[in-house]
Design a protein around this ligand. Structure first.
Ligand code: ATP
Length: 245
């Protein structure tokens, strides 16, 4: 018997700020999330993070933004195109997650504060924009370029990540001050204003990291069920992460 397989929907990709005419035709956006990362490769830890925060905060969409040349860390193993392809494959079929290429092909280091400013210009002054961070990333926030300005543009939505403690006493002093002033225990409070609030959202703890995943692949161990099959197929087809580095 022939099995019919529905053609996958065209991937949703956002390149630059949309023209006003296109914005007028788009469905209204209540609040958006922004999940940045190296995505070398994207895995279920990232995808559950985006999915559960979308529900927890009531977001219309999450822009998944792969970093081009990350300012904080060494060069990724997969190329920009490959990492972006994997993000597109992973979010395909989920209308709430949108692959955003505003950073990935830039030859200059991109800073989150600038990317968020671009989104603020795109969505207008009133739309809540939420920068989504795992606990490890939040603990490093003070190393980010113009980190205090992030609060002038976006809310911060922070999720637990196995292996990282997220309480006020574990934060460096200047970050603890911001946390104390801005924290709201209600994740839906992000709808009360456009930026400036910090919320924490409890998500399913998945102890998955891209580093460990690459190590599995290099050691010829199975990485199945840590990331979408379609991404694993891409990794195999492109012989990525074959050696430890
Ligand atoms: P690497 O191991 O190469 O450092 P990673 O798996 O930590 O990669 P990143 O691209 O650095 O992935 O992470 C992007 C964002 O996703 C960060 O905010 C990070 O905290 C968050 N994140 C990654 N993995 C998880 C996870 N398993 N649970 C919760 N948050 C996660």
């Amino acid at each position: 018997m022939a099995i019919e397989v529905a053609a996958p929907p065209a991937p949703k990709v956002v390149a630059e700020a949309m023209p006003l005419a296109a914005l007028a035709e788009s469905p209204p956006v209540d609040a958006i999330g922004v999940l940045g990362g190296t995505f070398d490769p994207i895995h279920f830890g990232h995808l559950r993070l985006a999915e559960e925060i979308t529900d927890g905060c009531g977001l219309s969409q999450v822009r998944v933004i792969a970093a081009g040349t990350p300012p904080h860390r060494r060069a990724p193993r997969a190329s920009a195109q490959q990492r972006f392809d994997m993000v597109c494959a992973a979010v395909n079929g989920n209308a709430r997650l949108v692959a955003d290429q505003s950073e990935i092909f830039s030859e200059q280091p991109c800073f989150t504060v600038d990317t968020l400013s671009g989104l603020r210009a795109e969505f207008g002054a009133q739309t809540p924009i939420c920068l989504i961070l795992g606990a490890d990333a939040f603990l490093q926030l003070m190393t980010w370029h113009r980190w205090r300005q992030l609060f002038e543009i976006a809310h911060l939505v922070v999720a637990q990540r196995p292996g990282y403690t997220l309480d006020q006493s574990s934060l460096p002093a200047p970050l603890a001050v911001e946390f104390e002033a801005r924290f709201n225990s209600d994740a839906r409070s992000i709808h009360d204003r456009a930026h400036g609030i910090i919320v924490k959202v409890a998500i399913t703890a998945l102890d998955i990291s891209a580093t460990e995943l690459r190590a599995h692949i290099a050691a010829r161990r199975s990485a199945r069920y840590l990331l979408p099959d379609i991404v694993l197929d891409y990794i195999r087809a492109n012989t990525l992460y074959q050696d430890e580095r």
